[in-house]
Design a protein around this ligand. Sequence first.
Ligand SMILES: Nc1ncnc2c1ncn2[C@@H]1O[C@H](COP(=O)(O)OP(=O)(O)OP(=O)(O)O)[C@@H](O)[C@H]1O
Ligand SMILES: N[C@@H](CCO)C(=O)O
Length: 299
Amino acid sequence: MTTNWSISVPGSTANLGPGFDSIGLALGLYLTLDVTLQDHWEFEHRSEHLPVNVKVEDHLVYKVAKETAERYKATLPSCKVVMHSELPLARGLGSSASAIVAGIELTNQVCDLQLSIEERCKLASKMEGHPDNAAASVHGGLTIASTLPNGQLELINARDVDAAFAVFIPNVELKTEEARKILPSNYDKAYAVHASANANMLTASLLIKDYERAGKFMEHDLFHEPFRANLIPNYHEIRQTAQDAGAFGTAISGAGPTVISLISKDRVDAFVAKMKPLFPSYDIKAVPVDIKGVQVTKE
Ligand SMILES: Nc1ncnc2c1ncn2[C@@H]1O[C@H](COP(=O)(O)OP(=O)(O)OP(=O)(O)O)[C@@H](O)[C@H]1O
Ligand SMILES: N[C@@H](CCO)C(=O)O
């Protein structure tokens, strides 16, 4: 019988500008969990990018695992969970969504629930509150999702993204909760129609791989970026400098404060080399698109 599982979950970027709470893209930066059955719960964090001094009962992975077991009327056995993360916390790279996806997968494996990918995605999106980061972490690639009035999550998953991305990660945190509080609760009709049209053009451009046009619409969000710009250090400077250096477009990654540029694959390394000395306090790197989503290996 299997008693060891290794769970790997990609981080993600959400929105890509106007795809607010709907578009996600899985990135090749990972949260990994090595799970072993034992007689009590224990979390061991082997990375600086994980919360410190968290009691088991307050640990997001444990809370999600327990809630998942309760939902499917399963008994969750005690586990030792060794965690590594390449996803800095509260930076807009989907750390909490990856932890939610990992917690669901942990229970799926140790309780042998055999949940379908659709069920895991729906549950993760519900727990996260929106289906952008969570859907990308489950499926990999580009995800475009929305919920029908009956609660059904509908999703389109495109894995053949033929462009590159570079992230500018600042050395400051921004809690998603804070970055959501600042948004208006209502939008004027004409404004909302324009915002929605921009999102449609972003989505269509991504799906037909017209990345130059996708980049233009990444920079024309009306749903959240105008209200969050002041929370993002060097927002305008990075966008302009990135554009001058050949990026198709630059947007806030999720709720920020990281920003992400879309650029052609053949230019991304030179782009990163050019940006590093201009924004020395940032961790700037090319990040591959993950196309596998959550993965499990058993021993
Ligand atoms: N890898 C993780 N393991 C355990 N808990 C996590 C992990 N990532 C995030 N959390 C918890 O989730 C909560 C929200 O985290 P955080 O602020 O990083 O997420 P977020 O605001 O959704 O941002 P982002 O999506 O940018 O990572 C915090 O309580 C944090 O401790
Ligand atoms: N779509 C979300 C992503 C962060 O969870 C937002 O922009 O607030």
